[in-house]
Design a protein around this ligand. Structure first.
Ligand code: FAS
Ligand code: PHB
Length: 397
């Protein structure tokens, strides 16, 4: 088999890249280790920046998003039982869109199938046989039990944090940076009207962080900070609902509609970056290259901005008549992507440090957190800076 670009991973990064390359007339093959149903069963992100919406619309997969997505012109921050609205459109002239990552993935899968592009699901044992300067070769075991191989000009590693692509790179060729947080997020989905249908609510409380979001006007998404040692079984609904409300301001708590959880999971929080994001003919994008704690609602948005840039560099590469992996456009990808990655890592780390209760935090640290929150409540400039980062920094990468 031969193609121009092999994409490892059919999450949002891989599928958006595949769609953008297809629209640029660049042949690509997607290899995914799970089945489509398994990929769609994962509950992940829910908030899109405007630039992500624009990228999806430009990729030709924005119709349902524009019809069903719920615009949020504001968000709210709760501290010491008080709620401070941040009017995003008034502060920075931008807003975000509530639309689940699962639905984005579904739209992308349908578009890919409709355009007749090839996707190999249940590809086991994907291996990068060559990704240096001479050639790019990837192999895998198909569901037919046969080992298949494909030669390409380029490989896009869109296979997430636990994928094979970054793991294939010799440690000496890469620098990694990491911060693990001493707590996790318990996420709960329930088919009840959201407590705050027009704004994501981020709550700091002595009991720990809580977040109120949604997937539709009839489906709510909530999170509470929990110890890393907790398991889902430790959080029956009877414990979750009163604990969520205890961490909110009275108005939002009163608006919470309880109901049976339809999904419950605990995710650890981490900040991680691998540098550079390019090795020979292998280009990393999305969670394969970096992870942010979900506090800033950035993981999915950063993955989409990575592949929007990568698709632009690849299109420029081929427009210059190149087929090998050596062109100015491709050489610029990693540095351009990393400038945005680090800006988003900073905001996500800062928002996580601001809003969570750190078990080991000393009295000074607690006072610093309180002072930072008070400055958000008291300063339009502080809220403007928060809003600018939350809605997506305009970026000349
Ligand atoms: P993904 O991990 O989504 O996709 C990688 C794909 O590669 C997967 O389908 C995987 O099966 C496949 N793959 C892996 N190894 C492979 C191999 N060896 N061969 C072939 N395929 C392979 N972000 C937010 O903005 N808000 C949130 O609330 C939020 N919540 C999250 C909760 C959890 C539990 C997790 C893990 C992440 C969350 N994120 C959130 C971040 C998340 O949305 C990611 O940023 C987003 O999925 C990144 O997309 P991808 O880079 O495509 O990686
Ligand atoms: C979500 O809706 O899942 C969500 C919203 C905002 C975040 C994280 C997750 O910061």
């Amino acid at each position: 088999m031969r193609t121009q670009v092999v994409i490892v991973g059919a999450g949002p990064a891989g599928l958006v890249l595949g769609q953008l390359l297809h629209r640029a007339g660049i042949a690509n093959l997607v290899l995914e280790r799970h089945t489509p149903d398994h990929v769609l069963s994962r509950i992940r992100a829910g908030i899109l920046e405007q630039t992500s919406v624009d990228t999806l619309v430009a990729a030709g997969v924005g119709a349902r998003l524009l019809a069903e997505g719920i615009p949020h012109d504001e968000l709210a921050i709760v501290h010491a039982g008080r709620k401070q609205p941040l009017d995003l459109t008034r502060l920075v002239g931008a807003r975000v869109m509530a639309y689940g990552q699962t639905e984005i993935t579904r739209d992308l899968m349908q578009a890919r199938e409709a355009s007749g592009q090839e996707t190999v699901y249940a590809a086991q044992g994907v291996r990068l046989d060559d990704w240096q300067d001479t050639a790019a070769v990837v192999s895998w075991h198909g569901s037919d039990g046969v080992r298949h191989s494909v030669e390409a000009d380029l490989i896009a590693g869109c296979d997430g944090f636990h994928g094979v692509c970054r793991a294939s790179i010799p440690a000496a060729a890469m620098r990694t940076f990491e911060r693990a947080y001493p707590f996790g997020w318990l996420g709960v989905m329930a088919d009840v009207p959201p407590a705050s249908p027009h704004a994501v609510v981020y709550a700091h409380s002595d009991r720990g962080f809580a977040l109120c979001s949604m997937r539709s006007r009839l489906r709510s998404r909530y999170y509470v900070q929990c110890p890393l040692s907790d398991r889902v079984e430790d959080w029956p609904d009877a414990r979750f609902w009163p604990e969520l409300k205890a961490r909110l301001d009275p108005e939002t708590a009163a608006a919470v509609v309880e109901g049976p959880s339809i999904e419950k999971s605990i995710a650890p929080l981490r900040s991680f970056v691998a540098e550079p994001m390019r090795f020979g003919r292998l280009f990393l994008a999305g969670d394969a290259a970096h992870i942010v704690p979900p506090t800033g609602a950035k993981g999915l948005n950063l993955a989409i901005s990575d592949v929007a840039l990568l698709a632009e560099c690849i299109a420029e590469h081929y427009a210059g008549g190149h087929s090998k992996g050596n062109s100015v456009a491709l050489a610029a990808y990693s540095d351009r992507a990393l400038r945005r990655v680090w800006a988003v890592e900073r905001f996500s780390w800062w928002a996580t440090s601001l809003l969570h209760r750190f078990p080991e935090m000393d009295g000074f640290g607690v006072r610093m957190q309180q002072a930072e929150l008070e400055s958000l409540f008291g300063s339009v400039a502080a809220r403007t800076a928060f809003a600018e980062n939350y809605t997506g920094i305009a970026f000349e990468s």
